[in-house]
Design a binder for this molecule. Sequence first.
Ligand code: NDP
Length: 608
Amino acid sequence: MSATARDLLGDIDFDPAELHSKYMNERDKRIRPDGNEQYVEIAERFASFGDDPWVDHTFTRDPLTDHVDVVIVGGGFGGLLAAAKLREAGVERIRLIDSAGDVGGTWYWNRYPGAACDVQSYIYLPLLEELGAMPQHKYSFAPEIMEHSRRIARHYNLYEDACFQTGVTSMEWDEENSRWTIFTDRSDEMTASIVVLATGPLNRPKLPGIKGISSFGGHMFHTSRWDYDYTGGDTYGGLSGLADKRVAIIGTGATAVQCIPHLADSAKELFVFQRTPSSVDVRDNAPTDTEWFSSLEPGWQKRYMENFTALVSGYDEPEDLIGDGWTEIFRGLTGIAAKDASRRLGRRLEPQEKEEMMELLDYRKMNGVRNRVTTTVVDPSTASALQPWYRQFCKRPCFHDSYLPAFNSPSVTLVDTNGKGVEEITERGIVVDGVEYEVDCIVFSTGFEYGTSYTRRAGFDITGRNGQTLSEHWADGARTLHGMQSHGFPNMGFIGLIQTATTVNIPHALAEQAAHFAHIVSESKVRNASVIEATPQAEEEWLAEIERTAVRARKFYEECTPGYYNNEGHVTDDGGFAAGMYGAGPIKFFALLAQWREEGRLAGLELK
Ligand code: NDP
């Protein structure tokens, strides 16, 4: 460790080498050869884990064979934003299709107790100014976010043509008529001039491949399909059905952190099965200050979103308009801290010095997170097991004020699996270290597929020009222009996290993409074109740009404890969560799109 890095930090009350070795130890315990293959797909005998608890399954309707201007697959924020922007651009018939019974996307499915956003609602909920809406809290609870999604759908008149409880099964490009034919599991054979795919990045729940999982005789469900018929209560808690139940929850990620306090309050006994502890920092939720909210000047939401995205991208903004746990972490652990150090040194930091300083700052930050555990959780061995030993960005940081105190309840037992995970599920319960914990119910808080193929997660394949399917075209990875259009798939827009740049505030990235795609659609109208398609050369150039900007964070991710951020420990050259994305970050990406629009050439697109 160089003297500069140490000098910059002042007093260091920890031994970096000792911490590094502890981190490596904890990572090594968790690395397993099967990586992503350890999980079980929710299909075949596990298909019922994906059933929709919120709809009338007897619902029927006649198949549709009509034509609309735009079909949007996915009614979450991505689909809603695309629809809103296309509506503003004058598109008339817009049809949202979703397998869910309503709009809302992730907020439709995730209604588990305690569900709430943990990016501030003032920047997380899209179109607040357009709709004249005010979030009730700094961090909105799920029902409000769901209601906001409905409000967007009503405001932009999206219910009229929407098809819910409808799963797309395939799509085919109709060369003769320059349009798409969309087939669904309700025997629809509808057509659309344009299709937008907004199917979401974390939309397919996954189960752990634990031996004996099918033999359990009690009740089981995944957090994204919460069974309130069984537990009683609602998203706000009061799970009265659990008063006489021994409940197990497997997983301690961002979802579990939010629902465990409610399970702890309601269950007769709660067993929390932990493989890796989350880093849980201060949340500090509060009702919205109405006076402050009404004082905001027009254009405020965009300004706040941009300020947050700049800060979490490591830009040194003159002010922090959000001032929460996210911006605190990013101000402390990114280029902002490096710039501050350079100012103090009076020169630029050498790359090595910068890396070392970041590492020291990370240890210090995580020591704070670990201290929060020991000062909150009374039982020393439980507190010790709840401490996370990895760098802050190895896993998604969590923010909660009731999670750690829940472990002080006499009815809650933390079953730490020492990084190994649950050993076996039996007819009566769960086995760890040879001990069987008898339970009535198992809640799987084991997350969602990430890193599986696009078409698998979307649930269908697409046949483009000349009979080529999207899975064939993307066999070696996605190929797009700006992550939004692909050659051979005319009049199709992708909204999501493919070959784009994202930010912690994902709705911000979705809003930029939606506005960009709507611009392309309206420009094509102005130019009397009925076909818009990315050229092969534009695809190649964008691939080269992705390669050029790739975040080479291999070492960082290799030293991380496994999870979906680092492909379960099987790290590729271009890193983890951001692999295959535009690595120069969202601020540059949004500017690049704006400049592309400004130039007015629709460069890289062929219009006919
Ligand atoms: P995660 O993938 O983050 O967590 C899954 C959990 O299951 C991990 O703790 C994992 O342990 C554990 N697990 C997996 N297999 C086993 C096993 N065999 N035995 C024991 N434990 C096991 O899923 P979440 O649903 O918690 O979160 C997914 C994402 O959803 C978040 O990262 C976030 O992006 C989003 N989210 C956002 C929220 C918001 O406020 N906006 C709230 C909630 C979620 P291990 O870590 O060892 O793999």
